[in-house]
Design a protein around this ligand. Sequence first.
Ligand code: AMP
Ligand code: ZN
Length: 428
Amino acid sequence: MYYDPVEAMDRQALDELQVERLKQTIANARKSPFYKEHLAQVDAEAITSPADIVNLPFTTKDDLRSQYPYGLLTRPVDDFVRLHASSGTTGTPTAVFYTQSDLDRWADLMARSMYCCGCRRSDVLQNMSGYGLFTGGLGIHYGSERLGMLTVPAGAGNTKRQIKLIRDFNVSVLHIIPSFALYFAQKVQEEGFETADMPWRIALIGAEPHTEEARQKIEEMMNIKAYNSYGLSEMNGPGVAFECECQQGMHLWEDAYIAEIIDPETGEHVAEGEVGELVMTTITREGMPLIRYRTRDLTRFLPGQCECGRTHRRIDRIAGRADDMMILKGVNIYPMQIEQCLLAMPEVGQNYLIELLTEGVTDQLKVRVEIKEEYFVEDMRALQGLQKKIAKNLCNEILLTPRVELCQHDSIPKGEGKAVRVIDNRKK
Ligand code: AMP
Ligand code: ZN
């Protein structure tokens, strides 16, 4: 059972649809000042298969910034009804504009995504992510309404109120950022509730990198099924790729996007199944199409067909961002390697923080780790043993020994939005 029959469309028909929509997209994009020039050399008629997309130039975040705010719009500003912006904390934000028809299509994709992991009209969804410029608020909200769910726009933070709303309105689906879910699960227990007694059954988790270990921890602590949700504001927001009930990677909606995976250095496609940078093209967006957009997100296509019968290709969970990589003493390290190692340890609690600092002339890696209440004991030797164990496990994973600082449960500050996992205090 699918929300939309297009989800199980056969490959050849899907390829043909992509070609047709890509050509329309190029013609439409040329109405914007940016693409008029950027695509000047492109012969759209020469495109006969989705693979021909390699002949088009990339679009980068810098292009979006240089065109800020209106350079990518294909029509007058009067025709737009909404804007969102990326959550990037530095420099000029990247703004994305939507016409009414863009919003409608996005809501359809969102509804399809939620249906695909088991949400139904009879569910009640509580949206626990921040509203505002962040697409996780209104994006999820409109999709949830489109599917016909009773939608509780709780917004971020305020744990007690969240719990009350969930209990009062029999909330069965949560949209929650994974780092907040880990924190929230603990709080629910502290407030004296058994998670097994809560009305929820599904958590939509996404918007930030997280590991399989984090998902499992959320599922266990909350007695819930957690499904990975991927998106970025440049591609509308959430609803780009979503896990189905099989939980074996995320279906990327190929009737709305063409996805490629490239080597970030060379720009060439990687071999099938290899990890690289995800590059995306919108093929149904009218107001602000983006062609071959370099997302910086690292993932791979998963081989084979999904048991659910959907034909749209699946991507693996995001391994990190191309610009996330830390280089320390010549070793390349991704924050998700550290999370994977930490959250697999039974003693480790819900939160951690990675700090890069300079001591004397060398750079150091410090990892602050929250420890579960029962392991945070008075016995100095036990604590030192645990500290050593964590450092050793991390060293096995990242090939250098970090300094490990054990922290009491709930002592690392937790913001309301996407978690900040790395603080770089190195002397430049
Ligand atoms: P924004 O456009 O500001 O909402 O940020 C989008 C970015 O959030 C993406 O490019 C990813 O880096 C990250 N992101 C979103 N969803 C996920 C997810 N499910 N897993 C990992 N990272 C994600
Ligand atoms: Zn599936």
